[in-house]
Write a protein that binds this ligand. Structure first.
Ligand code: HAM
Length: 435
């Protein structure tokens, strides 16, 4: 038997309700913040990720799915969404839009060759958002607020917002110098990967999973202490805006994030909900003011975030969640051996009117049809046979009260719609109190 590839998962019909809910809330909250959706390809030229996420990051070094196409071009399944959005904004000249900033959101599968575990897959989904073309600290606060509002709308309340600032290019250079000086005499105490990172990209030493608790890294200099005055001012303004919004956050001086493109504000939101297991970071993001220019685009400041959707699904497991049960409006029950061909027309008319209708294809017994119906949780059973056809009526039985009325076929749709909206028969069924 051919099995799914390690680190990938099927999302089965039983689970899809939660996914639809997460997607619906995402679209609603995006609308509240006036973001528009953008969809980009699932694979891009490999160079895009090498030059944006960073050659020396774990993502590019160890985790991308790269392949040569039949024309020998190197492509990569996208490991994240930001780089593709930047490519698309530049290529489609979206920045010429007179009403900058662009406020874009995206949703879809991403691919990273990581060691699979709960909350960490090789194919996973991200919901991300980016604001492009504005360097105001209000925008940093706006995306953090968007992420927090989305979690609130999902009723995920146990959250911790952690923020930090890496500063502008000059701050980053100052910090890198200080970090190199500090690390140099300590490299013997760090793992071989850290030693490689020290040479290639010292900031990445701080991402080390092996030496995370090592006092050498714990006591390393912090980016916040090397900010230029203007970077410090930017960060202070972000904090003032977050306070004004009323969001609770913690300044995490060790937060540097695992992608190279960040400048100024970086943030993550974690939750300690038990169902998340060890992968407790729901969303990560930050500002990346140099990425557009470094990919030969115009000098556009930008800031954004991405949620791991599988982690949101896990988080919802801990929450008593009122997602409506599956139901259908009507199950059509056929009496007698022969299926009444005009039943197909009746069923179709109801569906065209917006009602969810299902029926039995197997010519089952009456009892089995009711059993099958109950598994689908219908509001009405529609009962129809030769006798009903002759009299041009249909029997409508409510599943909850078991009340049954005869309704003229011509009035059926209206009767059902009125009953669903709490009203009764529109007149003419000849069987209910109103008639
Ligand atoms: P990231 O921190 O690499 O940032 O990923 C964002 C989120 O995606 C993580 O917090 C996590 O919830 C989820 N995630 C990442 N890898 C996996 C995985 N293997 N399995 C399940 N979930 C995962 C970015 O991707 C940036 N592009 C975010 C951003 C947007 N920054 C600015 N704009």
């Amino acid at each position: 038997m051919i099995r799914k590839v390690k680190g990938t998962y099927d999302i089965l019909p039983d689970e899809i309700k939660k996914w639809h809910h997460i997607e619906e809330v995402m679209r609603n909250v995006a609308k509240l913040f006036n973001f528009e959706e953008i969809r980009t390809p699932m694979f891009e030229a490999s160079e895009l990720f090498h030059r944006s996420v960073g050659e020396t990051t774990d993502i590019v070094k160890k985790e991308t799915y790269d392949f040569a196409d039949r024309g020998n071009r190197m492509n990569t399944l996208r490991p994240e969404g930001t780089a593709s959005i930047v490519r698309s904004v530049i290529e489609n000249k979206l920045y010429t839009n007179p009403s900058l900033p662009l406020k874009l959101y995206y949703y879809g599968p991403m691919f990273r060759y990581e060691r699979p575990q709960k909350g960490r897959q090789r194919q996973f989904h991200q919901f991300g958002a980016e604001i492009v073309g504005c360097d105001s600290p209000l925008v940093d606060a706006e995306v953090i607020n968007f992420a927090a509002t989305y979690l609130k709308a999902l009723k995920i309340d146990d959250i911790f917002i952690r923020i930090n600032s890496l500063g502008d290019q000059e701050s980053k250079q100052r910090y890198q110098k200080a970090l190199l000086e500090y690390l140099k005499p300590n490299m013997d105490h760090l793992c071989p990967d850290c030693n490689r990172r020290y040479e290639e990209n010292p900031l990445r030493v701080l991402d080390c999973k092996v030496d995370k608790e090592n006092p050498v890294l714990q006591n390393a200099p912090k980016p916040l202490d090397y900010l230029t005055d203007s970077a410090k001012y930017h960060f202070e303004q972000v904090i003032i805006a977050l306070d004004a919004i009323g969001l609770k956050y913690e300044i995490d001086k060790n937060l540097v994030r695992g992608l190279d493109y960040y400048t100024h504000t970086v943030f993550e939101i974690d939750s300690d909900l038990e169902s998340l297991g060890a992968q407790s970071t729901l969303v990560g993001g930050g500002r990346y003011d140099n990425l557009y220019a470094s990919l030969e685009g115009p000098d556009l400041p930008a800031v954004g975030f991405a949620f791991g959707v599988e982690r949101l699904i896990l988080a919802l497991e801990s929450i008593e969640y009122p997602i409506a049960d599956n139901f259908i409006h009507c199950f059509f029950i056929n009496i007698g051996d022969a299926f009444q061909t005009d039943a197909l027309e009746i069923i179709n008319d109801l569906r065209h009117g917006g009602l969810i209708v299902d029926y039995d294809f197997f010519n089952k017994s009456l009892k089995s049809q009711f059993k099958q119906a109950d598994r689908m949780n219908p509001i009405f059973y529609l009962i129809y046979g030769e006798e009903e056809a002759k009299r041009h009526i249909i029997n409508v039985k409510r599943q909850d009260s078991k009340d049954q009325v005869e309704v003229e076929l011509d009035n059926l749709y209206q009767y059902l719609v009125n009953s669903l909206s709490g009203g009764g028969c529109s007149g003419g069924c000849g069987s209910c109190d109103g008639c």
